[in-house]
Design a binder for this molecule. Structure first.
Ligand code: NAP
Length: 126
């Protein structure tokens, strides 16, 4: 399967290693752009490629969000992820360990509003 991962920090790079070891392809995107991922791509080998977030979303069969929650809204054109399975691993923090006040709503409810038509799976977090 081809899996897009947006956010290649602590958990994004870890998941990429696990998926490649399990014979999946990964398309990686971060904030600094594809050229900044050269070292990680060299480590992962030919099953990994880098793209800008919207391109990673367009190429992915499943897309995993592994970036700060505050960067999710407006990150992608909603049409790029319509009908896509979107795995949301973000935590809605306002600071280290401090939950953000979402007015009693679940963070993935907001993600679902920002990206209508996706199938959202909250995962890999608390
Ligand atoms: N660490 C954990 O144990 C853990 C566990 C479960 C869930 N989470 C959640 O997973 C998310 C990532 O955590 P982390 O610890 O892996 O964070 P991290 O190490 O700080 O990595 C964050 C990644 O997000 C990318 N990013 C930031 N803004 C972006 C944007 N606008 N567009 C594209 N990419 C962007 C960064 O890009 P650059 O590399 O270019 O800066 C970086 O690769 C957070 O929401 C966190 O709460 C973390």
């Amino acid at each position: 399967m081809r899996i897009g991962i947006i956010g290649t920090g602590r958990i994004g790079s870890t998941l990429a290693r696990i998926l490649v070891a399990a014979d999946h392809q990964v398309v990686l995107a971060n904030a600094r752009g594809p050229q900044s991922l050269a070292a990680l791509l060299a480590e992962l080998g030919p099953a990994a490629s880098a793209a800008h977030p919207a391109e990673a979303a367009a190429r992915a069969e499943v897309l995993v969000l592994m970036l700060p929650f505050d960067s999710v809204q407006g990150l992608l054109p909603p049409d790029a992820v319509r009908d896509t399975v979107l795995v949301d691993a973000t935590n809605a923090f306002s600071g280290p360990g401090a939950p953000r006040d979402l007015g009693g709503r679940g963070s993935s409810e907001l993600v679902a509003e920002w990206y209508p038509g996706t199938r959202i799976v909250k995962s890999l977090n608390t």
